[in-house]
Design a protein. Structure first.
Length: 249
């Protein structure tokens, strides 16, 4: 293998343990309830009921689309509009947009990145490698990029691509090709790192990239050995890349 010029990463369960805490979810929905009450002129469900009937419904719709292996991304605003419609609220577009942002804050206030992960990324850049992010994410790309900035990731990456902006999810080749175009490297010079065998490993392989399956946050089995290499911790990645470059791996 020639020199690895770029490394593309998945985001959730690869660079960060993507989740939202109950505390952050409740705080977000207290604000959402206040916002809806200000425009609805009718009684809004109690907090836990609102979370179940709105956030829960949006989560179920997203989960179902993934379970069905749908590659087209969903419109998060449409999901919230329909969920509120299901409980009797026809909210104007500006309120829906505010709800989308407030709901997103539950993730923003729950996600952290380990200092050693930032150190890893800095080390890859110091080695002269370009970095990119390719993430299946129904959440808004502008809000996601705000999170990347807050986490200190933005200065370390040359490009980020979310399914919510290109309209298709991994393993669709189009999202990988868009990332390669933005980073400016060929597939043969690029390594992809992710936690899912089909979406990350299979999708990246299909466009010609070398792949690394990480099990740091999520342990998905790869019985057929689809990934070129499997690591238990991102700290192992530089050694794998160095091994490929000098022929040891």
């Amino acid at each position: 293998m020639t020199r690895v010029k770029a490394v593309l990463f998945d985001f959730g369960h690869t660079l960060v343990d993507f989740h939202r805490t109950e505390e952050a979810l409740h705080a977000a929905y207290e604000q959402i309830r206040d916002r809806v009450e200000a425009v609805a002129y009718m009684e809004v469900p109690e907090l836990l009921d609102l979370i179940e009937r709105v956030a829960g419904e949006v989560d179920r719709q997203v989960a179902d689309s993934y379970a069905q292996r749908r590659l087209e991304e969903l419109d998060i605003a449409a999901l919230f509009r329909d969920a509120f419609g299901g409980v009797g609220f026809d909210l104007p577009a500006d309120v829906i947009e505010h709800v989308v942002a407030l709901d997103h804050s539950a993730y923003s206030n729950s996600i952290t990145i380990a200092p050693e992960t930032l150190d890893l990324l800095r080390g890859l850049r110091e080695d002269g490698r370009r970095l990119g992010l390719v993430s299946n994410m129904t959440l808004r790309p502008d809000l996601m990029r705000g999170d990347l900035s807050r986490l200190g990731i933005t200065p370390l990456f040359d490009a980020s691509v979310f399914s919510s902006e290109v309209g298709v999810r991994k393993p669709d080749a189009r999202i990988f090709r868009e990332a390669l175009s933005r980073v400016g490297t060929d597939p043969s010079d690029t390594v992809f790192v992710g936690d899912r065998v089909v979406d990350d490993v299979g999708g990246a392989h299909a466009v010609g990239m070398r792949t690394v399956l990480t099990r740091q946050f999520r342990q998905e089995d790869d019985p057929e050995g689809a990934a070129d290499w499997t690591i238990e911790d991102l700290g192992q990645l530089p050694g794998v890349i160095a091994g490929w470059e000098d022929g040891r791996t």
